[in-house]
Design a protein. Structure first.
Length: 228
């Protein structure tokens, strides 16, 4: 990898397409940092809960209120570290209370603006792999390499169930497919940063690929463009 060229790589795609785990491994193999945008949403949620702001009042918070929250993202060696109120947070981001409120937080324009500021700051020096639903279309529209992951609906449902430790049968997959299909519809139709395939993205269908194969395909794509 050309050390002078530190590209920003984005991985977007619908729920269950394998974005987060793939992005983390791609970043590791390239020697880049992985930006967990979902973790940033959770950090803002945690900060509000710890400040004692009732969720019912979040919709009334201004940009200034959001900007005043003690949430920081910093680069330490090969990874990003998220801090809330001066301490590094990890397990707290997955607590039941944060999980229960993060979707609502993510729907608020003021929270989205704060998140964009944090994401842009993280990407200033490149050497970054970011995953989400609008990384290449909204957050980093000038990203050096954009990847859009897709997979068959039933395959995405099967993967989601297996992630939770379930060995799914056909009925399980059908039910989960309905849930994911509705999630797809909501993500595509939402007013704030909807799911979109960037026009200049490399589309990779992971339906028949195993994890290592899809990681290798993306790594090869980046290395083909940024190796001396």
């Amino acid at each position: 990898m050309d050390k002078l060229a530190q590209p920003v790589v984005t991985l977007d795609g619908p729920a269950g397409s394998g974005k987060s785990t793939t992005a983390k491994e791609v970043a590791r193999r390239l020697g880049f940092r992985h930006l967990d945008s979902g973790g940033l949403y959770r950090a803002i949620t945690l900060a509000l809960l710890e400040d004692g702001v009732p969720p019912a009042q979040w919709v009334d918070l201004t940009d200034e209120d959001m900007n005043g929250l003690p949430v920081l993202v910093s680069s330490q060696e090969a990874e990003f570290v998220i801090q809330v109120a001066g301490r590094v947070v990890q397990d707290e981001l997955r607590s039941p209370s944060v999980t229960a409120h993060v979707a609502f937080l993510a729907s608020l324009p003021a929270a989205r603006k704060r998140l964009l500021h944090l994401q842009h700051a993280a990407g200033e020096k490149g050497g970054l792999v970011a995953d989400g639903r609008d990384m290449g279309s909204v957050v980093f529209p000038d990203a050096d390499v954009k990847v859009y992951l897709v997979a068959d609906l039933h395959e995405r449902a099967r993967r989601r169930l297996e992630e939770t430790g379930i060995i799914p049968n056909n009925s399980d997959v059908e039910r989960e497919s309905e849930v994911i299909a509705e999630r797809d519809r909501q993500d595509s139709e939402r007013e704030l940063s909807p799911l979109r395939e960037p026009s200049d993205a490399h589309v990779i269908d992971t339906t028949s690929l195993n994890f290592n194969e899809q990681v290798e395909e993306i790594v090869a794509l980046v290395e083909a463009l940024y190796v001396d």
